[in-house]
Design a protein around this ligand. Structure first.
Ligand code: NDP
Length: 446
């Protein structure tokens, strides 16, 4: 990046956000790719769009006390960042994981601005979470935590203000407990959380949406480059919500998924992953992925997560967590003939990994475009709640498919317009940014 104005804004970001390297990494990536837009749009400079877009509208940090099964009081820290409401009310997930701190919530909120913009639905960027770890906790402990979390959060959210959803560690169980507490506190039903259970306002196909959407986006990217999923070998990291449904859709589209993982290690099954076994272990029993190797003869479990990227594949779908593919892993993927990486997880590739993909001509689908199907379907859940109607699985899935096709087309077109054909990361950043920047400018200095 050479533009002095942009370098100055980035310097301020670095000074203001010390100790939050992931946030600085995300802002730097966006800035590097939107440089031609800023050069062409002095009106955005005058309107201070960059200075404003990197600063959250507000951040809330709060105490979450709850009582464990031994009667002892535990305290976690809760977060919600309202990053940008230029294209209407805030929307973004809640992450429950011990690694959560203000920097992670900020980076996810920042990325959410562009992702939500790409969906074409009216949703601004937000994110929230806590350093609470649901793993190993009883249902009662998770419920008491979720109720306490919502007892503070409810003041800051609302169907026309901020609509949270799931993320790592926040699945249907946690959303249910939070929704129950919100309803009790407000004494009203509104679609204030998405990812709800089907009997109480959830949308069919929301569970599948991020994984399916990832494959719809990837399919478009492959087709635009004369390829397809059919007959291809795929490696998917993670075995949570996104990974499971990415595996399901990739398999339906004709690929063979040979590996999946969790935070302890990975399984390799040369015959193709038996997803019913993974679902039983992860969705029903909340067990560990290593149990797959005990149940499926011929499959192998290896301790440690990083090794999954040494498995030979055509297409890699990282669906676990941030920075899970570093430069070294990316080099190995390239050496083994992998030609496409599409991100189900948020920010799973380090900057070195991304440089390696681009330098070697890999097809690269960045998270903010490739995994936008989850929030897009959350948007569809909000529409159904407002209409007090429920659409069929097929209706929601068809809308999701259409949205993912549009997202790919926007990324492709924006990259071409700004002379970076085939660079879908630049295309996603530019397309997502332009809509928000125009809205911010139109609404004045707020
Ligand atoms: P889940 O909690 O359902 O699953 C996360 C999975 O990743 C688990 O299998 C977890 O294993 C595994 N994991 C965590 N850390 C590592 C690691 N270092 N190496 C390998 N595996 C690891 O979360 P989701 O599937 O919902 O989310 C996954 C990613 O997708 C996140 O980045 C999230 O932000 C992103 N995302 C999710 C959306 C959604 O709709 N759910 C929407 C858009 C993005 P373990 O069980 O051991 O912790």
């Amino acid at each position: 990046m050479k533009n002095q104005y942009m370098l100055d804004v980035l310097e301020t970001v670095k000074k203001r956000n010390q100790g939050e390297p992931e946030f600085i990494q995300a802002v730097t990536e966006v800035f590097e790719t939107i440089e031609p837009v800023i050069e062409a749009r002095p009106d955005f400079v005058k309107a201070g769009i960059l200075e404003r877009i990197v600063e959250p509208e507000r951040q809330i940090i709060f105490r979450v006390p709850w009582v464990d099964d031994n009667g002892k009081v535990q305290v976690n820290r809760g977060y919600r960042v309202h990053f940008n409401s230029a294209i209407v009310q805030y929307k973004g997930g809640i992450r429950l994981h011990p690694s959560v701190y203000s920097g992670i919530i900020k980076v996810l909120g920042f990325e959410q601005i562009f992702k939500n913009s790409l969906t074409t639905l009216p949703m601004g960027g937000a994110k929230g979470g806590s350093d609470f770890d649901p793993k190993g906790k009883s249902d009662g402990e998770v419920m008491r935590f979720c109720q306490s979390f919502m007892t503070e959060l409810y003041r800051h959210i609302g169907a026309d203000c901020d609509v949270p959803a799931g993320d790592i560690g926040t699945g249907a169980r946690e959303i249910g407990y939070m929704f129950g507490q919100y309803k009790r506190l407000q004494n009203e039903f509104t679609g204030v959380l998405t990812g709800k259970g089907i009997p109480y306002g959830g949308s069919l196909a929301r569970t599948q949406a991020t994984g399916y959407g990832l494959c719809y986006f990837t399919d478009e990217m492959l087709k635009a480059n004369g390829k397809s999923f059919a007959g291809q070998t795929v490696v998917i990291s993670g075995s949570g919500n996104v990974a499971i449904y990415a595996c399901e859709k990739a398999t339906t589209l004709g690929a063979k998924v040979v590996a999946m993982s969790d935070s302890n290690g990975y399984i390799y099954d040369a015959d193709g992953i038996k997803l019913d076994v993974v679902k039983q272990i992860k969705e029903v029993e909340r067990g560990r992925i290593k149990e797959y190797a005990d149940r499926v003869p011929g499959s192998v479990y290896t301790e440690g997560c990083k090794g999954i990227w040494t498995i030979k594949c055509d297409i890699a779908l990282p669906c676990a967590t941030q920075n899970e593919i570093d430069g070294e892993s990316a080099e190995i993927l390239v050496k083994n003939g992998c030609y496409a990486v599409a991100e189900g997880a948020n920010m799973p590739s380090t900057p070195e990994a991304i440089n390696t993909y681009l330098a070697n001509g890999l097809l690269y689908g960045p998270a903010k475009a490739a995994n936008a199907g989850g929030v897009a379907t959350s948007g569809l859940e909000m529409s159904q709640n407002s209409q007090r109607l429920s659409w069929t699985f097929e209706e929601v899935d068809a809308k999701l498919h259409g949205i993912m096709k549009n997202i790919f087309a926007s990324c492709d077109n924006a990259a071409k317009t700004y002379g970076m054909e085939g660079n879908y990361m630049a295309g996603a950043n530019i397309a997502g940014f332009l809509k928000v920047a125009e809205a911010m400018k139109a609404q004045g200095c707020v």
